[in-house]
Design a protein around this ligand. Structure first.
Ligand code: NAD
Length: 251
């Protein structure tokens, strides 16, 4: 059975790999056997060294994913390093917090650009290579706010709703070409993304009180889901949004 989840010989792109959930999923893929192109607009040198220590190729690549010009550069770098793209994890994302009544156009556009537009076009670019071998795994990182409205994060909720819908739309088109497109919707995880929430005693308590598991999630909590969706174990799973949330949505 372990062969089903073995990623030896696979090559992956993980965006937003320098820290948090992206770093955790990169290390999970490497632990399962994959080589990883670690994409971020800040340095991924430390994560690359961790991947190397796991015995895999870890290649750091600097790109600002809010810019469309980065998309071909990322795929070219993966093809130059590994010769093929088997796995793409669209993880990079940002959040801006402000009440809807005063929310700015910039905070709308910045969040939609990286959280949604880049997810679609990087998937398109990677799928062009995957289609040649009729095999690929695309994993988009959504959020509980793909299902819920959230509080003072309107562009983030809109962007993650789009991630869930794009995941299903691409799965419909590409499943027949051997490309699985799925998403992970993490719950409330202890990363930079949620620092402001965890530092707010009122919001922090309200969030913790609702999580049946009774704790914030960690990057390690996503690792099993990431390897599953990147492996042959999920070959007949298409267009699914897998919630990993300590039970939040069940409440
Ligand atoms: P994080 O802020 O720690 O990490 C985000 C990563 O994306 C960083 O490495 C950052 O440098 C990178 N990034 C941001 N903008 C970029 C750009 N323009 N170009 C290239 N890289 C860029 O946050 P995280 O919690 O690890 O978030 C990872 C993903 O998980 C995001 O899509 C986020 O929306 C999602 N998510 C997080 C939570 C949570 O509770 N932490 C919950 C649900 C979904």
């Amino acid at each position: 059975m372990s062969a089903m989840f073995d990623l030896t010989g696979s090559s992956a792109i993980v965006t937003g790999a320098s820290t948090g959930l992206g770093r955790g999923m990169s290390l999970a893929l490497a632990s399962a056997g994959a080589d990883v192109l670690l994409v971020d607009y800040v340095s991924c040198a430390d994560v690359a060294a961790e991947v190397q220590r796991l015995g895999r190729k870890g290649v750091p690549f600097t790109a600002d994913l809010s810019q469309m010009s980065s998309i071909p550069r990322v795929c070219d770098a993966a093809l130059a390093a590994f010769g093929k793209i088997d796995i793409l994890i669209n993880n990079a994302g940002i959040i801006r917090r402000a009440p809807a009544i005063e929310f700015t156009e910039k905070d709308w556009d910045d969040v939609l650009a990286i959280n949604s537009k880049t997810v679609f076009f990087l998937s398109q670019a990677a799928a062009r290579d995957m289609m040649k071998r009729r095999y690929g795994k695309i994993i988009n990182v959504a959020s509980l706010l793909a299902f819920q409205g959230g509080i003072i994060v309107p562009s983030y909720s809109a962007s993650k709703g789009a991630v869930a819908q794009v995941t299903k739309a691409l799965a419909n088109e590409w499943a027949a070409s051997g490309i699985s497109v799925n998403a992970i919707a993490p719950g409330y995880m202890a990363t930079n993304n949620t620092k402001a929430l965890r530092e707010d005693p009122v919001r922090s308590k309200a969030i913790l009180d609702r999580i049946p598991a009774g704790r914030w999630g960690t990057p390690e909590d996503l690792q099993g889901a990431a390897v599953f969706l990147a492996s042959h174990g999920s070959d007949y799973v298409n267009g699914h949004v897998l919630v990993v949330d300590g039970g939040w949505m069940a409440r």
